[in-house]
Ligand binder design. Structure first.
Ligand SMILES: C[S@@+](CC[C@H](N)C(=O)[O-])C[C@H]1O[C@@H](n2cnc3c(N)ncnc32)[C@H](O)[C@@H]1O
Length: 270
């Protein structure tokens, strides 16, 4: 076992992950593993594997090194267009019909908050009816990215897909970065949770579950986690997954809104 590639292929299944999810983006993870190997003065992967076998708690350390934190504002732009034109208008009508004044969204694996603030900007700048509020619960297991999300300070390269008006109205420029205006932090809660064992209660009108569960977890883990996620979706609510992800075939209660787009609605009884 000479390469990080081979090492990952060996250890990922033992931790409930799938190699295919990491294959193209593994550099970030391999850099952390090399650093860890230096810390414990191990110079090859075979030795590190022996170290793991002798130190059970090292598996947790390795697990924490596996976060892929690649994201950006308005990732999969077409999805945000559907959210703006179809999903949110439908949810507003439903909420009014049920005499609710609040829509609840969950961003699962929210990373630095790009997804959350994309939705906030879209809601406040383009929709925001007077009678309905949007609240967002955002979870991630990685405290470093959560702290960045709470701070709301982003480098220029996070914005290449964000519509110009949302960038101009939503941020203050500070040196080479952009800082989200504090009014967009209201009604957003960032929580540290490992989705494999803790989730917010719900029910949610929209769940963003993109580029985490269906990309990195192996089949048994993803089936358990997806079932728990769907139990938190309100009837008629929407699940949004990553553009390159597929729902397990065992999930029958969701209908795809538009062919080729990763936006699904939970069927209602009626
Ligand atoms: C690739 S990012 C996805 C960000 C965003 N959802 C998107 O699609 O652009 C994956 C995020 O999931 C988080 N993550 C990884 N494993 C997790 C777990 N078990 N529970 C909660 N978050 C996790 C990582 O820390 C990372 O921020």
């Amino acid at each position: 076992m000479n390469t990080c590639h081979e090492f990952l292929q060996h250890v990922l299944p033992k931790l409930g992950y799938r190699w295919a999810g990491f294959r193209k983006v593994r550099r970030q993870v391999c850099r952390r593993i090399h650093q860890r190997m230096q810390e414990i003065e191990t110079n090859n992967f075979r030795n590190y594997l022996n170290y793991l076998e002798k130190n059970a708690q090292e598996w947790d350390t390795l697990d924490r090194m596996l976060d892929i934190t690649i994201t950006r504002f308005y990732r999969d732009r077409g999805v945000f267009e559907i959210v703006e034109k179809t999903v949110l208008p439908d949810l507003i009508v439903r909420a009014r019909h049920e005499r609710r004044r609040q829509l609840q969204c969950w961003s699962a694996g929210c990373c630095n908050g790009e997804e959350v603030y994309s939705l906030q900007l879209l809601w406040h700048e383009r929709l925001a009816p007077d009678d309905i509020h949007l609240t967002i619960t955002a979870t991630d297991r990685n405290e470093t990215v959560l702290e960045r999300a709470r701070t709301g300070r982003f480098p220029e390269d996070a914005f290449k897909d964000l519509p110009r008006d949302l960038l101009e109205n939503g941020f203050d420029r500070e040196d080479s970065c952009y800082v989200i205006k504090s009014k967009y932090k209201h009604e957003v809660k960032f929580l540290r949770q490992d989705i494999r064992n803790t989730m917010p209660d719900g029910p949610f009108d929209i769940i963003f579950c993109r580029n985490l569960v269906l990309t990195y977890f192996d089949t048994p883990v993803r089936n358990i986690v997806m079932t728990d996620i769907l139990s938190r979706l309100r009837q008629g609510g929407y699940l949004i997954i990553g553009a390159n992800e597929h729902l397990p075939e065992t999930i029958k209660d969701l209908r795809q809104l538009k062919k080729g787009e990763p936006v699904y609605q939970l069927r209602t009884d009626s």
